[in-house]
Write a protein that binds this ligand. Structure first.
Ligand code: ADP
Ligand code: MG
Length: 320
């Protein structure tokens, strides 16, 4: 991706490297906006991280008194509300309360392992989005199961991208690229020396290999990919990956090997890529169509099926 004539800031958040590039009217104004954008991104991290014990979300889960309403910040409240909606829309295939299962498998740690049946059964009692209740009047959360742990892993980066890209747009930024650990959002089109407007071209990786299977053209849209390859381990000839079936507590059986979601709403790219992967091809396509038709949110997809076939919805405009 060409980043000429752009100002850039890089920082670590959400356990990954985040980069924001923008071209503002002046270098000084760009620098100022980049600092503010970084602060906003870090605020999301400090509110939502499951791996930072000092985040608001970690403290809420760690110090929660069973059955007692807890007042939370507007950001945490909005995030939980959105995730409850996502979980309901997918009948719980996407479930943001999978935190205890994710920690049990330890996919993000150095020694991931297959848990025993008893451990899985015990931990599953702490999982289920229907155990989370909200009261908007007082911005309160109630859990009706003990030791719950909300996991922002599937939607937090998209949520941050959404807030930061909205902030930059509202601040008048016309061109930019935001990359939060591979979740991308582009503002406007690519700066071109000949004065021509061109979309950004973003490559889509082949799972398990370094090669690209194609690219999509993006303007004012984002892309997020879910696949088994980022966090997985192999044992006895099987792949154990980090996208879990909340009902069994085990990695979801795969009928696709990767899905990329493209949308002008960054939070939907992240949520929907995870949801699509765990739901499988047919139900995933139905959900994408439902969100497009019923909610009026543009969502396109590029799917790599397990048999190697590459499929894309019309709006995705895939280049080989
Ligand atoms: P990445 O981590 O590469 O951004 P995803 O956005 O697909 O990939 O998120 C994967 C993460 O989502 C997992 O590491 C885990 O924390 C969480 N997760 C796993 N299974 C589910 C599920 N069924 N519903 C919601 N979140 C899940
Ligand atoms: Mg996701």
């Amino acid at each position: 991706m060409v980043m000429q004539e752009m100002n850039k800031i890089t920082f670590v958040a959400y356990d990954t490297i985040c980069t924001i590039c923008i071209s503002g009217p002046t270098e000084e104004s760009s620098r100022l906006l980049l600092e503010k954008a970084k602060r906003l991104a870090l605020l999301v991290h400090n509110t939502l991280s499951m791996y930072d014990p000092d985040s608001e979300l970690s403290k809420l889960c760690a110090s929660y008194t069973f059955g007692k309403p807890a007042v939370v910040s507007k950001m945490l409240y909005d995030f939980i509300k959105l995730n409850l909606e996502f979980s309901q829309q997918t009948d719980g295939a996407f479930d943001f309360t999978v935190g205890p299962l994710v920690k049990l498998w330890d996919f993000l740690g150095d020694h991931p392992q297959i848990p025993g049946d008893q451990d899985l059964e015990r931990v599953k009692k702490r999982v289920g989005f229907h155990h989370v209740h909200l009261s908007s009047a007082r911005q309160e959360v109630v859990f009706d199961a003990a030791d719950m742990m909300l996991d922002p892993g599937a939607s937090g980066k998209g949520y941050a991208l959404q807030l930061v890209s909205d902030f930059l747009k509202e601040s008048g930024v016309k061109k930019g690229v935001l990359d939060f650990g591979g979740n991308l959002f582009v503002l406007g089109s690519k700066p071109s020396t000949e004065g021509k407007e061109e979309p950004w071209s973003v490559g889509i990786r082949c799972p398990d290999k370094k090669s690209m299977i194609g690219a999509v053209n993006l303007s004012d849209r984002g892309i997020a990919t879910s696949s088994w390859y980022e966090h997985c381990f192999r044992k006895g000839g099987r792949i154990y990956h980090h996208l879990l079936d909340p009902l069994t507590g085990r990695p979801q059986e795969m009928d696709i090997s990767s899905v990329s979601i493209i949308s002008s709403k960054a939070v939907y790219t992240d949520f929907l890529s995870t949801a699509f992967f765990v739901m499988g091809f047919e139900a995933g396509c139905k959900l994408a169509t439902h969100i497009r038709d019923r909610k009026g949110i543009d969502v396109d997809y590029v799917v790599l099926k397990k048999d190697g076939r590459l499929l894309a919805s019309k709006g995705a405009c895939l280049l080989s």
